[in-house]
Design a protein around this ligand. Structure first.
Ligand code: NI
Length: 133
């Protein structure tokens, strides 16, 4: 596949963000980072509706907020048919990371992910999912 060159105009703040992505994820240059971001976006957009997907929901939260463990667990019980496994790691004195492997229709996987990410106190999180059809 041949490469096409084009100019990109970005606000200074966005350019700083792009350069941080390049640095943090060790891309050799901005072009590679942009390629990755476009592909990532395409993959996210391509899952929809009744399509079967599999993926992982990753959550980072503060262990000291006791209700978070309960709320995260309750949602997994509610959606138990879709949850394949979950792994909880106590990162340090304060932080936990939970990785929940899921399989199901895209709309339900996205709904579960959105519900988990919307829990007040979840510091960071993301869904990574791909079509398995
Ligand atoms: Ni923990």
């Amino acid at each position: 596949m041949s490469l096409k060159r084009f100019g990109v105009s970005l606000e200074e703040e966005l350019l700083t963000d792009l350069d941080l992505i390049v640095e943090n994820q060790r891309f050799p240059n901005r072009s590679r980072a942009i390629r990755f971001l476009v592909n990532d976006h395409k993959t996210r957009q391509s899952i929809a509706g009744n399509q079967q997907v599999t993926g992982a929901i990753v959550l980072v939260y503060d262990h000291r907020i006791a209700r978070l463990h309960t709320e995260v667990a309750n949602l997994q019980h509610e959606y138990h048919c879709m949850v394949l496994s979950s792994q909880h790691i106590h990162l340090d004195e304060k932080n936990c990371i939970e990785t929940i492997a899921v399989r199901g229709t895209a709309d339900k996987v996205i709904k579960l992910s959105n519900k988990l990410l919307a829990i007040k106190g979840i510091r960071h999180g993301n869904l990574v999912a791909s079509s398995i059809e």
